[in-house]
Design a protein around this ligand. Structure first.
Ligand SMILES: *[C@@H]1O[C@H](CO)[C@@H](O)[C@H](O)[C@H]1NC(C)=O
Length: 172
C-alpha cells in the first residue's frame, strides 16, 4: 500500500513539475532541464476509484434480528461475491471502529483506501458466513492474505465494529 501511495504522490508531483516546465516563460532553464519531462506510470499501480457511499445511519426503530441478518447477508454478498465495495460500505457506520492493528484509522474512509486498489484483483473463496445477533462472521480465503475470519458488530442496522486478528469462526 505504501508503495502505491508513493507512486501516486510522485506521479502527482511530477505532473505538477511538467506543467511548470511547460510554462511559456522559463526563468531557470538549467535546473528545469534536469527534471524528467516524461514519466511512465503503469496504469495498474493507480489506486482504483471506489465510489464512497453515504455512511450507514442508525435505523429507528432498530431492525429486528431477522432484518439485521438479511442486511448482513447483503453485505457479505457485496463484499465477498460481487466485490462491490460501494454497496458493501452502505452498511458501515461513520463511527465504524476497526480493531485491526494495521488500520490507519477508524471510519469507512481508511478501510476503503486500503481495500479499493486491491479488492478488484483479489480472488476470494467463501468458506462460510454466519450471523449470531448482534455479530456477523465472514470466513474466506483471499489470494492476498490467505484465510481470514472477520467479525462485525451490528448496531441499529449498521456495522459499527470489526475484528480480524485471531478470530475463530463460530463452531470451528
Ligand atoms: C455497486 O453498488 C452500487 C450501490 O449499491 C450501485 O450503484 C452500483 O451500480 C454497483 N456497481 C456494480 C458494478 O454493480
Amino acid at each position: 500500500m505504501v508503495s502505491v501511495r508513493i507512486v501516486a504522490l510522485l506521479a502527482g508531483l511530477l505532473g505538477a513539475m511538467e506543467m511548470v516546465s511547460a510554462a511559456p516563460t522559463r526563468s531557470t532553464p538549467d535546473s528545469a532541464s534536469e527534471v524528467p519531462t516524461r514519466v511512465m506510470v503503469e496504469d495498474d499501480v493507480q489506486p482504483a476509484a471506489v465510489v464512497t457511499p453515504p455512511p450507514c445511519v442508525a435505523m429507528t426503530p432498530a431492525p429486528s434480528v431477522e432484518e439485521t441478518q438479511a442486511r448482513f447477508d447483503k453485505f457479505a454478498n457485496a463484499f465477498l461475491v460481487t466485490k462491490n465495495l460501494t454497496e458493501a460500505f452502505e452498511y458501515i457506520a461513520a463511527s465504524y471502529r476497526n480493531h485491526n492493528p494495521f488500520a490507519s484509522g477508524d471510519g469507512p474512509g481508511p478501510a476503503l483506501d486500503v481495500l479499493g486498489p486491491i479488492w478488484p484483483s483479489t480472488q476470494i473463496t467463501v468458506l462460510g458466513t454466519t450471523f449470531q445477533s448482534p455479530q456477523g462472521w465472514l470466513h474466506y480465503r483471499n489470494s492476498m492474505s490467505g484465510e481470514i475470519v472477520d467479525r462485525y458488530r451490528w448496531d441499529a442496522g449498521c456495522i459499527v465494529e470489526h475484528w480480524d486478528q485471531g478470530e475463530k469462526y463460530p463452531g470451528t
